[in-house]
Structure formats: C-alpha cells, structure tokens
Design a protein around this ligand. Structure first.
Ligand code: DAH
Length: 340
C-alpha cells in the first residue's frame, strides 16, 4: 500500500512539473484531487481493510493529499511568476523609439523681413518705438502738416472711426508722438500695421505694414539720409544694390524724395519685375519739414532731421520673389511655410 501511495505521489510530481500554464495546472488539480483521482479511489477501498489498519492508512493518504496540494501550490506560484515576467516583457515601452514629429510652424514672410530690417536699423543705432493702430487725426495728419481740408488727406483714403479718430493710414503719426515726447537727438524706427480703404489686389491691401524712420540731430543733411538708406539696401539685399532718389512731395518733408532700389530680381539688368527699368520704387522720404518741427516742439533753428516710410509688403515681396500681395494674407500654409 505504501508502495502504491509512493507511486501516486511520484506520478503527480512528474505531471505537475511538466504543466506549462496555470490553466493546465488547474485541470490537473481537478484530476488529482477530484472524485476520480487515484487517492480518492484508494480512500474508497479502505472499507476492505481490517479496522485496525484503517487509521494509519487514512493518515497516510491525507498526508499524501497535502503533499500534492503543496506541490500544486508551489508550481502555481512559479507559473504565475513566469507568466507575469512574460507579460511585462511584452508590455515594455521603448522610450528611445522615434515618434512622429509635430508639424513645425514657420515665421510669416512679413515677420521675417521685419526682423531683418529691425536688425539693420538697430545696427545703425536706431531704436524701435511703437504707436497705436487706432490713432487720433491730430497725430495722423494735423501735426504732420496735413491740416483739415488739405488735398493730400484725400489721397490717403482713411478709415474713420469718429471725426477725430482713424485707423492710422501710415506709421508717420509715431514720428509726431516721438518728437513730442523726446528731446533730440532722436533716432527711431516705428514698425507697425496700417490701414487704407483700398481694394485688395496684387499690389494693394486694406491692411498693410510700414516702417517709419526718424532721425533728428544737429547738422543732419540729405547725405545722411542717402547714406542710411544705401546701408539699409545693402544690408537687406547684399552688395551691388543701390538707391536712386527722385524728387517728390510729402507735406511732412521738404525736400521730399521717392526712392528706388536696384531691382533685386535682375540686379539692375532690367526684367519683368522692374518693367525693364532695373529699378523698383521702395519708399518715400525727405528732410523733416520745419513746419512739422514747429508743430511738434522741435527747434528748427538748431536741429535738422530726415524721415522715411517703407512698405513691408513690397519689401517682403521683393526679397522672396512673391508677385501677388494677397498670398501674404490668404493663410495658405503650403505657401507660408516655404520661406522657412
Ligand atoms: N507716410 C508716407 C506714406 O504712407 C510715407 C512717408 C513718406 C513717410 C515720406 C515719411 C516720409 O516719413 O518722410 O505714403
């Protein structure tokens, strides 16, 4: 009988050792400990034994059952542990694995050209100042020698908010504000948004950008203006770019000039962009009109100065070879990201 029990235990040990999963182990447990198990069969046959042998025999079978239960428990623990290790292996995250890159934005061509221009003028000793986009008529016109009913006011096609409040049609009001709030020497540029009641087309937009420049000191001449604008042209477009002054009229400057730059597309040879002339008109400028000095509290017997106003759209279009201004405002990312 001991032999039989020993044999049952050894078989159970072998079978338990070979089981490969918790589920298989459970099936085996049912088989070994259930009603059809070999130990159960032995217990059932106990009735045929002499009464005095029964207790010892029962104890043997019970101890064998406990041994089997222990073996199952241990094997179960080992299997569960192995299964967990496998699961963790499978779940492992590779934190070094490359992931899809978020889409990168790009600076707008206007912002880029503005940054370049600010760098150049700051390098020449200018300081950046700003003024409001919603501006008083006083700064926009009156103090710039454009009194009410002045014919040049019509040319501006200004958006009026109230009788005396406009969306500034140029950055020139910042000149007036600067002269009234600072003492010369003054050397500022004023970048910003401007508005005019223009129809949008390839060369116009009701909303556009300018950079105003103003320099006031003793003994400033038109040569300083020319030298500054030449340095600006070369700084933005490289050597070989020159400026050409044509006489013009602005109420706030006297004398006034319109300035052309060597066409960047053909470097002066003449092309479609410059209509064969080799030049492109880029800005208006002049020597600050003594009348403006008087209106803005600068002593014209001591100081002279120059001023200029540059359109940013035009400059960006030249720099990046853009031929329709509307492209700058349509927000098409395929267009905007190519200047990165
Ligand atoms: N304000 C002028 C415009 O919008 C541009 C301009 C011309 C600005 C001459 C100036 C200047 O400061 O001196 O067309």
């Amino acid at each position: 009988m001991r032999e039989t029990i020993h044999q049952i235990l050894e078989e159970a040990r072998g079978a338990i050792g070979e089981v490969k999963s918790a589920a298989d182990l459970e099936a085996l447990r049912v088989q070994l400990q259930g009603k059809k198990g070999s130990l159960t069969a032995l217990l059932r046959g106990m009735g045929r034994l002499p009464a005095e042998e029964r207790p010892a025999f029962g104890a043997l079978i019970n101890s064998a059952r406990e041994t089997i239960a222990e073996m199952i428990e241990l094997r179960g623990m080992a299997l569960r542990k192995a299964e967990r290790v496998l699961r963790l292996e499978a779940e492992r995250l590779d934190v070094t694995e490359p992931r899809p890159q978020p889409a990168l934005g790009a600076a707008h061509p206007i912002s880029m050209v503005l940054g370049d221009m600010v760098d150049i003028f700051v390098g020449l000793g200018f300081e950046v100042v700003e003024g409001p986009e919603v501006e008083l008529d006083t700064y926009s016109f009156e103090l710039l020698n454009l009194p009410k009913n002045h014919p040049a006011r019509d040319a501006q096609d200004t958006f009026y908010i109230e009788d005396n409040i406009v969306l500034r049609p140029h950055t020139s009001p910042v000149q007036a504000r600067t002269m009234l709030s600072r003492k010369p020497p003054i050397r500022v540029i004023c970048p910003g948004r401007c508005f005019r009641a223009d129809e949008a087309d390839a060369t116009h937009s009701p909303n556009f950008h300018q950079i105003e420049g103003l320099l006031i000191d003793k003994n400033i001449t038109m040569a300083d203006l020319k030298g500054t604008l030449d340095a600006f042209a070369r700084g933005l477009y490289g050597e070989g770019i020159a400026t050409r002054f044509r006489p013009s009229f602005f109420p706030f400057t006297e004398p006034s000039a319109e300035v052309d730059m060597t066409c960047v597309a053909c470097r002066g040879k003449g092309c479609r962009v410059c209509k064969g002339t080799g030049w492109i008109e880029v800005l208006g400028c002049g020597m600050v009109n003594p009348k403006v000095f008087e209106l803005c509290g600068v002593d014209a017997s001591v100081y002279t100065g120059f001023a200029f106003g540059i359109g940013l759209e035009r400059t960006a279009m030249m720099k990046y070879g853009i031929n329709d201004m509307r492209a700058l405002y349509e927000g098409d990312l395929r267009f905007l990201t190519q200047f990165r």
